[in-house]
Design a protein around this ligand. Structure first.
Ligand SMILES: [Zn+2]
Ligand SMILES: [Zn+2]
Length: 279
């Protein structure tokens, strides 16, 4: 029994270790790297660590960092309005994946330069592409394939299978933020925001904290998205750990006053609605 179980147990443990490592590498690459570091400057890390973390996002098929940042900044500016590149108001499948095929219609290459002018002169981000072109996407796809070949050489088929399952889950979880977290039928709102953004717990678990999307739209620069004790935010815990290690600096957190002011509006609106209803 011992001889039969041991290889199976070893396979399960090896798979789990590769899956967990891959999930954190690619997941944090997007949430901490592309999103909180590059797009919103919610925290500062040494350059080498920023590149290392962002590589996880690039190798999860997120495309060039500068282009990703410019699309996401546009999303914040036009959230759920005309010109939002991925609102479910234009259809669920459009917001899930369809928008990637016609993002040119929402954003010109010149506008990428304007939106991401803090990144376009960085030699690494520049080399990964600054346009919505086929060559930029092809470079990312080729890099993703090369990375998995390298993984096969290092860890064999179990490593590659675990990594692929983690990568696909991370990729679609990110798209759930664009879709589910902008559907009024899901989750809850804590703050006033000029859009349909919602806090959805299961998206937050899958996306290492990004599903607290109403909190994020209300206070975009905050390094912490899960603002209540039960709003689990693995990306924030990572930032906190990096700060304790002396690696993270200039961590942006909302003051109690800002949070109370924005929460108060909801209470005031609710009071107004109740008063109107009782008249
Ligand atoms: Zn959003
Ligand atoms: Zn954002």
């Amino acid at each position: 029994m011992h001889n039969i179980m041991s290889p199976v147990l070893l396979t399960v443990l090896t798979f789990s270790a590769w899956f967990l490592a891959s999930y954190l590498y690619h997941g944090l690459g997007i949430t901490l790297g592309y999103h909180r570091l590059l797009t919103h400057s919610s925290v500062k890390l040494p350059k080498w660590l920023t590149y290392l973390i962002c590589s996880g996002g690039y190798l999860a098929l997120m495309g060039s960092p500068a282009v990703w940042v410019s699309v996401h900044r546009l999303h914040h500016q036009k959230s759920d309005m005309e010109g939002d590149p991925h609102t479910p108001m234009d259809g669920f499948m459009h917001a899930l994946v369809g928008w990637m095929t016609n993002v040119h219609a929402f954003q010109t290459d010149e506008e990428i330069y304007r939106q991401a002018k803090d990144l376009v002169n960085d030699p690494v981000y520049k080399s990964l592409g600054l346009t919505h072109s086929a060559s930029q996407a092809q470079l990312c796809i080729a890099s993703c394939v090369a990375f998995r070949v390298l993984l096969y050489i290092i860890g064999g088929p179990i490593a590659v299978v675990a990594n692929l399952i983690a990568s696909v889950t991370v990729f679609f979880s990110t798209q759930f933020v664009n879709t589910v977290c902008h559907l009024p039928s899901h989750g809850y709102k804590t703050f006033e925001s000029n859009d349909n953004s919602r806090n959805v717990w299961w998206v937050a678990l899958l996306t290492l904290g990004e599903g607290w999307h109403n909190n994020h739209h209300a206070i975009p620069k905050s390094a912490r998205h899960g603002l209540k004790w039960y709003e689990i935010d693995v990306t924030w815990y990572t930032i906190s750990l990096l700060e304790k290690l002396g690696l993270a600096k200039d961590v942006v957190l909302p003051s109690n006053r800002i949070m109370e002011q924005r929460q108060l509006k909801i209470t005031q609106n609710l009071t107004k609605t109740l008063e109107t209803a009782s008249k």
